[in-house]
Design a protein around this ligand. Structure first.
Ligand code: B12
Ligand code: SF4
Length: 493
């Protein structure tokens, strides 16, 4: 069969496509796990976000898919709907399958969208079995993790999470990609998984409802093979997409050693990490990470105030461990990473239910002072997270347009401040923090920064004018223009 797999073109504030166009790891993993007589094409639509209709039309013409698969996050749901409508006009009989976080956690929304199958949770084996059933014209009743349309919608039982240790999941297939242009600040980027899952239960995170609290790991040998494969496909930067690689620090250290021994440490690595692990074990881990090529570490700081951390259920992962140590581990983790010449991408969440202007300002001031690149978001009520329920109960959700649930649009208010004001505070502070990092980016990739600095600055300061920047115009006017531009950007088709 001919199979076309698409990821959505929707991007958000911290990932402007001029600087960041990342592949979707799910699609290549799915492509690597179908039986090998199928012809699979993977297209990450972020690579053509400004000509989606033309690209999808051309792909249908070139590939003539029997099956179309879409990977969707919640804020991309509206775009997914438009793409499904387009697909139906291009080839009415194409079988449409959706998967990823949004279809898994809000399957009902997709039933009304004219899809044929919903793959819930991990997709590799479910999708493989679905294709076999389609090919052999068999029933679908034994395929765990699948929802399908008969006379009515049938939701088969969930599929147990995969034990990655058993090689049940075959390696990704990067040859299936049909579009080019992946980049992270000018270097070709690829994504690698070394583990899946997390044992914490932060209230804003979708992962627990998606797969429960567990942690499974690929062997170091397989990970090295995967990194080599990414490098052979042109990658110079690797983004480790693990949910929480720092759950097992000893294993992470082994991985760093293995990367160094395999001489794969000339690549740049990005990773997401938990502050408590870095604070507790960073003295041995951080130097090793640096030697292995790690350059940016996304730290899930979430918030610097204890009350907010309690609300986010993120206190445990941010608390310093060890005898007599019970304080917040953030500063120690940041210090450790910086001493080892790595940059801290500071993940903070502001606008929680009891936040005041002062508590938001305190977090912004912290980011200004301590992080190298701000990654500040607003709490966003994604389907079925405990946090969503909390906001709903307290009547604080003010915006139900899901395409705006991108993390940097405030869609909830606090008990004290309106959503718009929260977003304004973040927007106003964050732009300048980003500019500060430009010289560092320049030293690493001078050619890219020279060529693209005007575009990057134009993105960061869209809505602003010289007058608003020197104080001759109210910045709120600039913010209003920014919001308008952002709304226009969201129309991908
Ligand atoms: C790595 C990551 C990123 C990376 C890379 C994204 C990329 N291009 O792949 C970066 C940092 C760029 C990123 C950004 C964002 N992310 Co993100 N990200 C993740 C993370 C940690 C891992 C995703 C991953 O690659 N997993 C590995 C792959 C193999 O697994 P998978 O994607 O789940 O796919 C499996 C199944 O879902 C299924 N499947 C998926 N697609 C399909 C399609 C078909 C057809 C089928 C059959 C099956 C299927 O099968 C796959 C294999 O088993 C997740 C999860 C988490 N723990 O928080 C969040 C997560 C996906 N991100 C999320 C969000 C909200 C975002 C942002 C909007 C804001 C943010 N929080 O940073 C931005 C938007 C990005 C953009 N497009 O501009 C949310 C999504 C919530 C939701 N309900 O939609 C998650 C779940 C985190 C959370 N908050 O809980 N993200
Ligand atoms: S530690 Fe990270 S991956 Fe784990 S539940 Fe919290 S936010 Fe999600």
């Amino acid at each position: 069969m001919n199979i076309l797999l698409l990821s959505m073109p929707d991007y958000f504030e911290h990932m402007p496509p001029v600087a960041v166009r990342m592949p979707n790891g799910a699609l290549t993993s799915l492509a690597g796990n179908v039986d090998n007589h199928h012809r699979v094409a993977v297209a990450d639509l972020i690579l053509c976000h400004d000509r989606v209709r033309e690209t999808v039309t051309k792909l249908f013409h070139d590939i003539d898919p029997d099956v179309l698969g879409l990977s969707v996050m919640t804020f991309q749901r509206r775009t997914a709907h438009s793409i499904i409508d387009l697909a139906r006009t291009l080839k009415p009989g194409v079988k449409v399958v959706v998967g990823g976080y949004d279809p898994s956690l809000a399957p009902d929304a997709y039933q009304e969208m004219g899809v044929d199958y919903i793959v819930r949770g991990e997709g590799e084996v479910t999708f493989r079995e679905l294709l076999r059933a389609l090919e052999r014209r068999q029933g679908f009743e034994n395929i765990c993790g699948l929802s399908y349309r008969g006379d009515h919608w049938v939701h088969n039982p969930a599929r147990p999470v995969h034990r990655l240790e058993d090689d049940e999941i075959w390696p990704p297939n990067r040859d299936a990609r049909v579009l080019q242009g992946y980049t992270l600040l000018g270097r070709q980027v690829d994504v690698i998984e070394t583990s899946r899952g997390c044992t914490y239960d932060c209230s804003f995170c979708s992962i627990i409802e998606m797969r429960g609290r567990n942690f499974h790991t690929y062997s170091v040998k397989r990970v090295l093979r995967d990194i080599r494969d990414a490098r052979e496909h042109g990658a110079r930067t690797i983004f480790l997409v693990d949910d929480n690689i720092t759950l097992n620090v000893r294993r992470f250290e082994q991985l760093c050693h293995a990367i160094i021994e395999a001489k794969l440490n000339k690549l740049d690595y990005f990773v997401q990490a938990m502050t408590s692990s870095i604070a507790a074990q960073g003295e041995t881990l951080a130097p090793l990470m640096r030697r292995a090529g790690f350059r940016y570490v996304f730290l899930g700081i979430e918030n610097i105030l204890e009350g907010d951390l309690q609300f986010l259920r993120a206190a445990a992962k941010n608390t310093e461990r060890g005898p007599g140590n019970h304080g917040n581990s953030t500063l120690k983790a940041i210090d450790c990473l910086r001493r080892n010449r790595m940059y801290v991408v500071g993940g903070l969440i502001v606008g929680n239910p009891d936040d005041t202007r002062e508590s938001i300002e305190a977090n912004l001031a912290f980011a200004r002072r301590f992080v190298d690149w701000p990654y500040i978001q607003h709490p966003t009520p994604y389907p079925r997270t405990p946090m969503t329920e909390h906001f709903r109960r307290r009547g604080l959700i003010t915006n139900h347009r899901l395409e705006e649930y991108d993390g940097t649009t405030a869609v909830v208010r606090t008990e004290f401040i309106p959503a718009e004001e929260i977003e304004y505070l973040r927007w106003k502070a964050e732009r300048w923090m980003k500019v500060r990092h430009m010289p560092t980016a320049f030293l690493h990739d001078p050619w890219f920064v020279l060529r693209h600095a005007p575009e990057m600055l134009a993105h960061t300061f869209r809505g602003c004018t010289l007058r608003s920047m020197v104080g001759l115009e109210d910045e709120r006017n600039a913010f209003a223009r920014y919001q308008l531009i952002r709304r226009q950007e969201r129309a991908y088709l």
